[in-house]
Design a protein around this ligand. Structure first.
Ligand code: 9D3
Length: 250
């Protein structure tokens, strides 16, 4: 069973992951365990202070190393008692390596992950050098803290665990697993507010449906995410479907 420990000032936020959907069900099925550690519980003074002003001046506050290191120590010990001798320690930070599906699959292969979710301007750098294996960012936008990023990591990783997804949602068919964006989806009614479902989807011809969907995937990726296409080799069949899409787009 994959072991997650997260060090966070806002443990209640993680109810969102454990309580609902794929990650909620996976936890009920004991596919992973998640334990939260609040650095405030490891603060050393009577005000339970966990942040202080930055050396060198400037706005905002910095998380103090001592309560964080103590919380991390407790998390590590719990991992050890769960049979994980070397958990991978991640620090969620805007300065980190961008999370992508390759990193997600790598993390899903670990026995245990300990994540450090920062608040304020960040954490004392001396702690990073001492305990952190990887720094990870989820994208080029500004969050208020590392918690949502840690939840994104948990969600993506748990989906990769065998048994987490039902037959209907198998991860292999996910967008990005094949390096392309998904095709459009339709359900009943056949005519919605004057808009029809593409007729090929009603044809019952499975080969035609598959061809149409692949063409849409290629076309959308070409329009919206050319960076993904640049990373991927197209087969002869895919190239000609994409050319077809481009001709029809004119
Ligand atoms: C606005 C303050 N920023 C420059 C002075 C620095 C800053 C510090 C801490 C900006 C954001 C945060 C909180 N973000 C995270 O902890 C975080 C994050 C993110 O903001 N974007 C993408 N991935 C991540 S992972 C952790």
């Amino acid at each position: 069973m994959l072991q997650f420990d997260v060090v966070t000032l806002f443990p209640a936020m993680f109810d969102a992951v454990t309580g609902s959907g794929v990650t909620g069900r996976a936890r009920e099925r004991r596919l992973y365990e998640l334990v939260l550690w609040n650095p405030r519980d490891f603060a050393t003074n009577s005000y339970r202070t966990i942040d202080d002003r930055p050396y060198g001046g400037g706005p905002g506050m910095v998380m103090m190393p001592e309560p964080l290191e103590k919380a991390l120590g407790a998390a590590r010990q719990r991992q050890k008692s769960s049979g994980v001798s070397k958990p991978r320690v991640l620090h969620l930070t805007p300065q980190g390596r961008l999370l992508d599906n390759q990193l997600v699959r790598e993390l899903a292969g670990e026995q245990g992950l300990v994540m450090l979710a920062g608040r304020y301007e960040g954490i004392d750098e001396r702690l990073v050098g001492r305990v952190v294996d990887d720094e990870v960012s989820i994208g080029d936008y500004v969050l208020s803290g590392g918690e949502l990023a840690a939840m994104v990591v948990i969600d993506c990783v748990v989906r990769q665990l065998p048994g987490a997804l039902g037959d209907a949602e198998s991860a292999v068919q996910d967008s990005f697993a094949n390096g392309l964006l998904d095709h459009p989806h339709y359900t009943r009614p056949e005519l919605y507010d004057g808009a029809a479902v593409p007729s090929v989807l009603l044809s019952g011809n499975h080969a035609d449906v598959a061809r149409w969907r692949l063409k849409q995937s290629l076309g959308r990726t070409w329009c919206r995410r050319p960076d993904l296409l640049a990373k991927r080799n197209l087969s002869a069949a895919e190239s000609s479907l994409l050319e077809e899409f481009k001709r029809e787009a004119e």
